[in-house]
Structure formats: C-alpha cells, structure tokens
Design a protein around this ligand. Sequence first.
Ligand code: NAI
Length: 388
Amino acid sequence: MAKLNWGMIGGGEGSQIGPAHRLAAGLDGAFTFAAGALDHRADAGRDYGQRLGLAPDRAYGDWREMLAAERARADRLDLVTVATPNATHFEITKAFLEAGFNVLCEKPMTMTVDEGEEIVRLAERSGRICAVNYGYTGYALVRHMRAMVARGDLGRIRVVVAEFAHGHHADAADADNPRVRWRYDPAQAGVSAQFADCGIHAMHMASFVTGQNVERLSADTVSTIDSRVLEDDAMVNFRMDGGTVGRLWTSSIALGRQHGLTLQVFGETGGLRWAQEQPNQLYHMPLGGRLQVIERGEGNLSPEADRASRVTVGHAEGMPLAFANIYADMAETIRAQKDGRAMDPAANLYPRAEDGLRSMAAVFAVAQSGKADGAWVDARPPMFRAEA
Ligand code: NAI
C-alpha cells in the first residue's frame, strides 16, 4: 500500500509535543514524514527538519512558505499536523484547510468560540478532515469504555467523574518563572489556564466515552497562588444532553499527582474506572457481581479496542501509542476517501473540529461561571444551540 505524505508545523527541537507526534505518525508505517516548518526560527527549523531526514527543499523555514510550495506539488501532503503554540492554531489550520489539505490540529483548535465555528463550517465546506488532538481518547481501553457504554453494558449512565490534576505548578517561588507565568496571564493564555490546558481533555473524554455532549455547567475556579490571575484549580459540575451528571476536578497544584487524568463512569448496572497512568487496566464493577480487571490486549474486547492494541497482553502500551491510534484513524479515513470506499467504523473515532469547538465553548463557559460565583451557564456553542 502506498505510503501517505505527512507534514508538521511546530514541534521543533526541544518542543514538548513534537516527538510524540513523530513517533505516533511513524508507528504503523502508514505515513512518510515528508515536509515540515518545525520552528519559529527559520534556520533552526530548516536545520532540524533535515536532521530528521526531510529533503532540503521540504524542510521549510516558515509555514506560509510550506503552504505555497506544498500546494503546487504533485506529491502534496495528505495530512498536516499543527503543533505550534495555541494562538497560531486558528490561522494555520484555516489556511491549510482552505488550500485543500487534511489537518490534525493540536488543542485548543482556536482561541475563541467564533473562530471555532468558522473552522467547523470551513471543514464542512472543504470536505477535508479537520481533526483535533484529544489524543488520550486513542487509548485502547478508553475506546473499550466507549464501546461498553454504547452497547449498554452499564445501562443508563447516571454519573461521570473526570479528573486531570497534576502538581507541576505548585511551587509559589517558581510562579514568576517566565515558562510558567504566561500560562496564568490572560493576555497570553486567554480566559482560562488550567481548565483550558488540562481539564478540557478530561471533559472531552467524558463526552467521548458517554457519547453525550455537555449542555450546561457550573464552575468554581480559584488561583491558589496570589500572583496568578487565571485559575490553577477548578471544580466543574456539568449536565450532559443524555441526562448524565458530570463532575470534573482539574488542578496544577496537586502535589504528588503526576499526569493525573482519570475517568469513572457509573451506570445503572455497572461502573468503570480508568487512569491514564495505568492505561492497560480497566476496572469494571457489574451490579451484583465482583470487581473485574480488564486487561488491554486480552481476548473478546470490542473491535474498537482490538484495533487500537498493538502488542500482546501484559506488555504496557502508553501515550505515543494512543496518539498513534489517532494517526491510524487518519490514515484509514484518508485512504477510504482516496479510494472512494466506506471506512472501517472502528477507525471513525478521532476527535473532530466539532469537538474542538465544543471544548472552546466549555472553556468560555467555565470562565464565565467562575467569575459569577458558580452560576449555571450554557456550555454549548451558539451554532449547536440553534440546532437543539
Ligand atoms: P513548545 O513551546 O514546547 O513547542 C512549540 C514548538 O513550535 C517550538 O518548536 C517552536 O519553535 C514551534 N513554533 C512556534 N511558533 C511557530 C511557527 N509560527 N511556525 C512553526 N513553528 C513554530 O510547545 P508544546 O508544549 O509542544 O505545545 C505545542 C502545542 O501542543 C500547544 O498548542 C499545546 O497546547 C499542545 N499540547 C497538546 C498536548 C496533548 O496532550 N494533546 C500535550 C502538550 C501540548
């Protein structure tokens, strides 16, 4: 099968998320890393791109240069990943979609709800893929949770409890460090810090697993370190459109917590518990039964989990393999598009522009509610309120 051409913007040398994308895109052999504008410094980007194996004429110094050159090529890119800092996502994603490229954008997709609506409309008009990297939904057992909920194993879902709490910004003495400070400064970070950066992954996962969207929410947001304007800890209560009650805690001052993404789902006939730091085990408590441990890779899991597993049971799979499942979904979608055939439904799970937009609306709702002493506010983007 011919390989697909993949390119990347951002993710330069020393970046946090760039290596995870390169590992993930390369894992199944579906993509060739063919082009990149990897750094905000043109020379550093060109140099690093070539050291990673890009041809000199496809190691670009700037994303606009990359766009102009790639759109003219016969072997143009099949997928472009945007892994630059947040404030640039909208402009770059928009430009590449308009030029007819498929895009996988890092979260947050945009900085405002209006921009998010624009991307959703543009993606629809263009017929291109616009995916957003809520990559933790790529874990095999998260996909299995979704499948169990969808086939009714837990009955009606009563409550979902999500957390994303770490302790990496707990040191008050370090709060003025420029690498930390910008995250809590509205001029650079936008309306929310910890919820927008981390809590949103947990909220998206709650939607992904339950198959429900968040309708309204109430947030208690606090800055526990005085010099911070934006929140470093938040508790968010929410209600979903299928009737499920949601609870979410997110924090960056939770000393002792490392990554701290967890999800618990409580239905009428069973409960599930999963934690990102032990992603190969899922705890299932059936009503009236005994607590069971479901292992990633064991027999008789859902087709979605089987497709997302690569190594045999008992060997740990982790975060880059979860991201790799998003890339595997992309590869299957692009190939199905090219061949004019239906795609494998088990691959149709990647987060879309709509998810990026819903997340942005939730971020603004959390900020609004937090300022209004936890008042309940509508968390839906305006374009989906009209449809409801
Ligand atoms: P970083 O600051 O470590 O790296 C950013 C990279 O982008 C640098 O190499 C920089 O030179 C490059 N860059 C900046 N502006 C550019 C431009 N105009 N053109 C080309 N390259 C440019 O940032 P990090 O932590 O890697 O985050 C990048 C994005 O990934 C952020 O939007 C962040 O929210 C997201 N992220 C997502 C995660 C997830 O779990 N989905 C986890 C971590 C980050």
